[in-house]
Design a protein around this ligand. Structure first.
Ligand SMILES: CCCCCCCCCCCCC/C=C/C(=O)SCCNC(=O)CCNC(=O)[C@H](O)C(C)(C)COP(=O)(O)OP(=O)(O)OC[C@H]1O[C@@H](n2cnc3c(N)ncnc32)[C@H](O)[C@@H]1OP(=O)(O)O
Length: 261
């Protein structure tokens, strides 16, 4: 399978998507690119699934990005022939998703690999991880959101250095600058990502969805507009049945039972 899709054994509301091409360091060729897009679309469409974890097969590489021997030349030649082919690397970097995606970075996340991790909402990594936008090494540029997202994830000067030099940073530096939330030993990586996913899956699903949208929208809005949109969302979630259940569960000292309506 180009992309392994597994249910979390402890919580069926959580999916694990694994890019399964370790012999090519989980680089995305056209088949893996299509399969990953299909897997993410299926996760988004499945009302029973609330959170997903994206990781790479093997213990050295999350993803080496777009396949430099197949996907890039194919795409490049179509562009040079005058086309503007469909463009959505990994099937999710160019479009707005509705659900949280956590990157469990199990090694090198380079070029499109880092761009996929940046398109995830949260990143955790293992000690052996590296993070780089290597595209300029090959006389191309980040084309899956790297120039847009990296300056929001690390200080501007470091983003510029990484993008222009193509040189990676290691896990410790990524954690120091806030590109990743946690750095753990490799055996603990998936359990850490799953623990985070399960805690999010336990929260009010409509509140999680609305809050995530507000964070992403707010990045590009003026303060007043962002505050107004947050207030509209605050009112929307107040009108849900789950907003009745939450405080009631607290008062009755029991776990809430949310139904997503
Ligand atoms: C067709 C229409 C669809 C359109 C869809 C839209 C897509 C549009 C494209 C948008 C893309 C956005 C922009 C992104 C661009 C990129 O991502 S370019 C890729 C840049 N990546 C790199 O520079 C990383 C290159 N790899 C490495 O640096 C190293 O491999 C490594 C990751 C550090 C691992 O090193 P090591 O463990 O020593 O392994 P190696 O021996 O180097 O490699 C093992 C085999 O894997 C192959 N491989 C590795 N990376 C790639 C790759 N990116 N593409 C293809 N193949 C790769 C490597 O060649 C080895 O293969 P063999 O020699 O056959 O063993």
């Amino acid at each position: 399978m180009p992309i392994r899709v597994d249910d979390d054994a402890e919580d069926p509301r959580v999916s694990v998507l694994t890019i399964d091409r370790p012999d090519a360091r989980n680089a995305l060729d056209p088949e893996h690119q299509q399969a990953l897009g299909d897997a993410v679309a299926a996760f988004e469409a499945d009302d029973e699934k609330l959170v997903a974890v994206l990781t790479g097969a093997g213990d050295t590489t999350f993803s080496a990005g777009a396949d430099l021997k197949r996907l890039i030349p194919t795409y490049r030649d179509r562009v040079r022939a005058g086309e503007d082919p469909p463009w959505n690397f990994g099937g999710f970097t160019a479009t707005r998703r509705a659900k949280p995606l956590i990157a469990a970075v199990n090694g090198h996340a380079l070029a499109g690999g880092l761009e996929m991790a940046l398109a995830c909402d949260i990143r955790v990594c293992s000690h052996n991880a590296t993070f780089g936008l290597a595209e300029t090494k090959w006389a191309i540029i980040p084309g899956a959101g790297g120039t847009v997202r990296l300056p929001h994830a690390v200080p501007l000067g470091l983003a510029m250095e990484m993008i222009l030099s193509g040189e990676p940073i290691d896990a410790a530096e990524a954690h120091r600058v806030g590109l990743v939330n946690r750095v753990v030993p490799l055996p603990d990586l998936l359990p850490t990502a799953l623990g985070l996913a399960r805690s999010i899956a336990d929260r009010g699903p409509l509140a999680v969805r609305e809050a995530r949208e507000r964070v992403l929208d707010g990045l590009g809005l003026e303060h007043e507009e962002a505050m107004a949109r947050e207030h509209e969302a605050f009112l929307r979630v107040m009108r849900t049945d789950d907003a009745l259940e939450g405080p009631a569960a607290f008062a009755e000292k029991r776990p809430p039972r949310y139904r997503g309506r």
